[in-house]
Design a protein around this ligand. Sequence first.
Ligand SMILES: [Zn+2]
Length: 488
Amino acid sequence: MTIKLYNSLSKKVEQFKPLKGNEVRMYSCGPTVYNYAHIGNMRAFLFADFLQRVLRTVGKYEMRWVMNITDIDDKTIRDSSIGSKEWKSEMGEQTESAKDNLKKLTSFYEKSFIDDITKLGINPKHFFAMPKATDYIKEMQELILNIIENGYAYIADGSVYFDVNAWRKDDKYGKLYKIDFDNFKSGYRIDSDQYEREQASDFVLWKEFKENEPYWDFEIAGKNYPGRPGWHIECSAMEYVLLELPFDIHTGGVDLKFPHHEDEIAQSKAGYGIEPTAFWCHNEFLEVEKRKMSKSFGNFFTLRDLIKQGLDPIDIRLAMLSAHYASKYNFTFKGVAAAHKARVRVQEYIYYVWELAKGKVSNDFSGKVEELRNKVFAELADDLHTPRALAAMFSFLNDAQSNNLSVNEAQQMLGFLTEMNDIFAAWQISEEKAKPQSAPQDIIDIANERLEAKKNKDFARADALRSKLSELGYLVKDSKDGYELIKN
Ligand SMILES: [Zn+2]
């Protein structure tokens, strides 16, 4: 099925087609590993994951997906420095070596990042690579040398800067984001990795090291410039090495359009003569209870905070994916509770279908299953319209025909639900996991109480106990012999 996506570069919805064969080469800006990622960051990673899953399952493409790990930048240096308040004992002892301390801090948060995304249903095996910036310093230096040689960068005070004015004579700066050049300060240089649009100016490619900072030697025209790369050059070099230019899709949050992605485009074109990609996909912000997430509002959450409060990460995944990626997502606890209910509804249906299909999966679609599948996939292929895709799915589930399947239809339905799970990664579908399991005694007690309530026709009580079981992680399914308990 042809997939259409909104391209931030052309500002239009376009038909997507890989540049080479059936393989999609996709680059996603990954985390800066100086702290636990918050749920705003997580939305960007979930969006990228969802996009690659739709490309695999609906588009039937092979994926070559790269997400980088930024393990050297302003923040990782700040928080790994000697005496930093952010240092945790789990990272080990700090030493005299700034590089060693940087490695300890960033390895700790890299591991926690992989743990977090795995809990959120992102499969680390889906990545072709998760390159760390410090492993590609040589390639970054080569790119910087190219840019200098081509006349678009200069050295000042021991650092190397991209010369925006020189670049603008030959190409456009501001392809993704409109920049007001009336306020542009020519010759003004900026060293920090993140800056506002109003500060558009010559940005740093290589930063001279300060005392006690980690550094790498860099020889330019016979002279050594010890220092470290700027944040933007990291992605430009890694995507060139791992995906070749131009690749198919670059993803990231809207906050990265400027300066990060704008600078990536300028660097790649100025150094390699090719822009990274013609397809840029950006997801919108996440708010919490209709307010910008901020520590000062008390609505700042990492995934770990939410798990501690009893939320299931897969419910968070489904809640976030239920909204369209290009609209702001308002995170609420109510929204996650609704996602949980929706998830359980589908899971129960999977059990029903599983039994009817006797565990046999058919991908030979016809009749009503094919109709449903076409409808759902068409919505996903239309710029990943998950709200409409899920609505089509639930409207089928709420219809009598969903419970009136022949064995053959049930087998097709199991095939379709397997595909849905390849995309949403929110359910248990494999034989051993989908089958009922034994439960601890306290759970069985509640289930017995529920059965009793049902026999006494106290359905309100029975429903309340069903919800309680669901909160405790168990689904209850009525059967001939009473009930079955299934780990949620
Ligand atoms: Zn990046």
